[in-house]
Design a protein around this ligand. Structure first.
Ligand code: ZN
Ligand code: ZN
Length: 359
């Protein structure tokens, strides 16, 4: 991606010299995520274009130097199929890492496919190979996990897991999910798997709402119904109170105000859809927050724990949750422009770059 709003280019890059602790992945799949659309529109600050996009990927270890172990102490080997935490170089020295324990805010943090530039090497997934620099945290995919199940959930699954963790969902609680893109779909699935009561998915278009039913939604509401109507339905389903938990995954400022209406008094709202600046919204602090005793939390980025557990969840529940079917299109590297366009126009729910042309 040479610069915002320019056509993508296929370039040859030099293979990295692998230092001890480094590895080279042969890319099997890399995801095309909404963030890549934002990157292409120049909506993220501090991006060192040109970049190799692709922050959630799956690949086979083609080469490695020295002994690299997973969290269990087991050594990685050439031929292992892995994914990796795209966030790298959180310092474990700063205030955010050590005191606040919010490594997503660490100023040293670098992200594959987003804040690493092409000048620094093959540090993004839309490439035939990805350089695992020393310290990158890889997770081995179990032999019997179809990689398309994991990458079908992909970035959205990891983000949804973070948001559901923050919401501290309890068994039987009602959940409203705003947005039925990849993040919202996985929020629905994880809420249902967590033992939620009613899971209401709100969004558009209709085929995505239908898919949300398959992910575990008990009710879906389309945006052709005005907010007041949707609010009345959710209240009627919850004894007039509103949802115990509202998870926002739309990126629409209005959805934040709507989430505060939909949540019950004393309930929890998690804002996960505003990864980039989509503008402000007016809320009424007295009626929507203070008097309601609402707990409102933001959720930005993810940590190793979310990646590790996402692989496990894909393995454990991939036959019940249709993550694999979220993959609606696969593109070769030279069709990456087309992939971006398909995601931007919402023509596909999830697109993958498959550099080897697989699928
Ligand atoms: Zn730090
Ligand atoms: Zn993403």
């Amino acid at each position: 991606m040479p610069a915002p709003n320019q056509a993508l280019e296929l370039r040859e890059a030099r293979a990295p010299d692998l230092e001890p602790g480094a590895a080279l992945l042969q890319t099997l799949y890399s995801e095309v995520c909404g963030t890549d659309v934002h990157l292409h529109h120049g909506r993220l600050a501090g991006v060192p274009y040109p970049i190799v996009p692709g922050h959630v990927s799956v690949g086979t270890i083609a080469a490695l130097r020295g002994r690299i172990v997973d969290v269990h102490g087991d050594a990685f080997r050439e031929g292992d199929l892995v994914t990796f935490l795209d966030v790298h170089e959180t310092c474990n020295h700063c205030y955010h890492c050590l005191v606040a324990r919010q490594p997503t805010r660490c100023p040293s943090r670098r992200v594959y496919g987003i804040t690493y530039g092409l000048s620094e090497g093959l540090l993004g997934g839309w490439a035939e190979a990805i350089w695992m620099k020393p310290g990158v945290k890889m997770v081995r995919l179990p032999d019997d996990l179809d990689p398309e199940v994991f990458i079908g959930g992909g970035c959205g699954l990891v983000t949804a897991l973070h948001a559901v963790d923050i919401a501290r969902l309890r068994l039987g609680e009602s959940v409203a999910v705003l947005g039925v893109g990849p993040v919202g779909q996985s929020m629905v699935a994880l809420a249902a798997l967590s033992g939620a009561g009613e899971v209401v998915a709100i969004g558009e278009p209709r085929d995505r709402l239908d898919f949300a039913h398959r992910m575990g939604a008990s009710t879906t509401l389309g945006l052709e119904m005005p907010h007041e109507g949707r609010l009345a339905v959710v209240r009627a389903m919850t004894g007039g109170r509103g949802a115990d938990v509202v998870l926002e995954a739309t990126g629409s400022p209005d959805a934040v105000a709507q989430a505060l209406d939909l949540v019950r008094d004393g309930g929890r709202v998690v804002i996960a859809g505003h990864y980039t600046d989509n503008g402000p919204v007016t809320i009424h602090p007295h009626w929507q927050v203070n008097r309601k005793h609402v707990e409102l939390r933001g959720c930005w980025g993810s940590e190793f724990s979310h990646f590790y557990r996402a692989v496990d969840l894909a393995h454990r529940f991939g036959d019940r949750v249709p993550w694999r079917e979220m993959v609606s299109a696969r593109y070769r590297l030279d069709d990456a422009d087309e992939a971006l366009e398909a995601v931007a126009s919402r023509e596909v729910l999830k697109a993958l770059i498959a550099p080897s042309g697989r699928g």
